[in-house]
Design a protein around this ligand. Structure first.
Ligand code: FAD
Length: 388
């Protein structure tokens, strides 16, 4: 059993961590407060090549393996979750189907500029009436000669209001449920495409999130991102594990940032004549947080390693996302207790970590959905209940 990162991965982690400490950490509070997209930082990250993290070197990417990518997700979330969310959307979900199914023309127009930070990408599943339940998708797509015509509204779209290219989930027939779903590329400027409400969010501020409206948007046949019609959900499963491990890695990053704040405060804050870290009840918090973070890290890294090795990972990825997120939620909560009233002040970071961590609950599957899925996986197929 080998728990060590390779020399290359270790070097990458150190380089990214230094970059985050220098370029992101000092801006994180301001990004949160202003809730504006940090374009300068975005361009700096593009120059460093991070926006092409997962893609091959031949097309200008970094060719990072899934473990290396996970190290990046963890570090950038440690710096600023708002910024991390936009960057990761561009690197992973927003471009994956374009890379996988796009023609060379589409890649030239969309993927390569996104890797250079010249264009912003996103992915749209969620609608007003449906999030977890993809079968309830109401955005429709119909064929009209050589074109597809999309109609519907998407909600909660990360980067949506600033996106140049959107991978849109739409159904050919709502009565088919998940068997009617497909991904289509829509680009800003197509007639009928517009961005609607911009959401004022609790956390992950700095990422611009909002509504997307598709009113008879005509896209050419080649914008169907898939080899076969109605196989969208099958294609989605290709990145589902990575999305879950990525969310777990982000949870590790937020937990580390909050934990470090908690540690610093426990060492310097004096009550009843001693630093509060001298009291057993406070020390117990660190013992628990440290242990649970370590356990979550092992599971997240293990799941990433399984993806890298091409091993099945559905169970481990779901567990990793859930454990790391629940651990993170506990850590950000404990740190607000350790900081006392100061945790309630916008001036300090614990309240930001507390707010940001909540978002992890939703992406990659809510924990109710994950528990249901994992439970079914672990128990196996059950016989129908015996009739009386
Ligand atoms: C900051 C942020 C950014 C986001 N970015 C994007 C984006 O870029 N693109 C995108 O498409 N979406 C995005 N989302 C939306 C996200 O993917 C959804 O929130 C998620 O899929 C859950 O859907 P929902 O919020 O509609 O909740 P619902 O699915 O309506 O669920 C509501 C509650 O019911 C529970 N529930 C549902 N079904 C069951 C069941 N069968 N058994 C038990 N409990 C159940 C859920 O667990 C949850 O607690 C974003 C959300 C946030 C907060």
């Amino acid at each position: 059993m080998d728990f060590a990162l390779t020399e290359e991965q270790e070097f990458f982690r150190k380089t990214v961590a230094d970059t985050i400490d220098r370029m992101v950490v000092p801006l994180a509070a301001e990004i949160d407060k202003k809730d504006e997209f940090p374009w300068d930082l975005w361009r700096d990250f593009a120059k460093l090549g991070y926006l092409g993290l997962r893609y091959p070197e031949e097309i200008g990417g970094m060719n990072a393996d899934p473990v290396t990518a996970m190290l990046f997700y963890e570090e950038i979330a440690r710096g600023s979750v708002g910024f991390a969310q936009s960057v990761i959307m561009n690197i992973l979900m927003g471009t994956y189907f374009i890379y996988r199914f796009g023609s060379e023309e589409i890649k030239k127009r969309c993927l390569y500029p996104a890797m250079r930070g010249e264009k912003v990408a996103t992915m749209c599943f969620t609608e007003d009436q449906s999030g977890s339940d993809l079968a309830a998708t109401r955005t429709t797509v119909t064929k009209d000669g050589d074109y597809w015509v999309l109609n519907g509204t998407k909600m909660w779209i990360t980067n949506g209001p600033i996106a140049d290219m959107l991978t849109i989930l739409a159904t050919t027939d709502p009565s088919l449920g998940v068997k009617g779903l497909n991904f289509f590329l829509v680009e800003k400027g197509y007639p009928g495409f517009s961005s609607g409400q911009v959401l004022d969010k609790l956390g992950c501020r700095g990422t611009i999130t909002g509504e997307i409206v598709l009113d008879h948007v005509r896209v050419p046949a080649e914008n169907l991102l898939g080899e076969e019609l109605n196989k969208g959900v099958e294609y989605l499963t290709e990145i589902l594990d990575e999305v879950r491990v990525m969310t777990g890695a982000m949870a590790l990053g937020i937990a580390r940032a909050a934990y470090a704040e908690g540690l610093e405060y426990a060492r310097k804050r004096v009550a009843f004549g001693n630093p509060i870290g001298a009291y057993q009840l406070i020390r117990a918090k660190f013992a628990e947080m440290g242990t649970e973070m370590e356990a979550a890290r092992l599971l997240v890294y293990y799941a990433a390693w399984r993806i890298k090795e091409g091993l099945s990972c559905r169970k481990e990825a779901g567990m990793a996302k859930m454990l790391a997120t629940e651990t993170c939620l506990k850590v950000v909560d404990e740190v607000t207790r350790i900081w006392g009233a100061n945790a309630f002040a916008q001036e300090y970071n614990p309240q930001r970590h507390f707010r940001d961590a909540r978002f992890l609950l939703y992406g990659g599957g809510t924990h109710e959905i994950l528990k249901d899925f994992l439970g079914r996986l672990l128990i196996g197929k059950m016989d129908a209940p015996r009739k009386k």
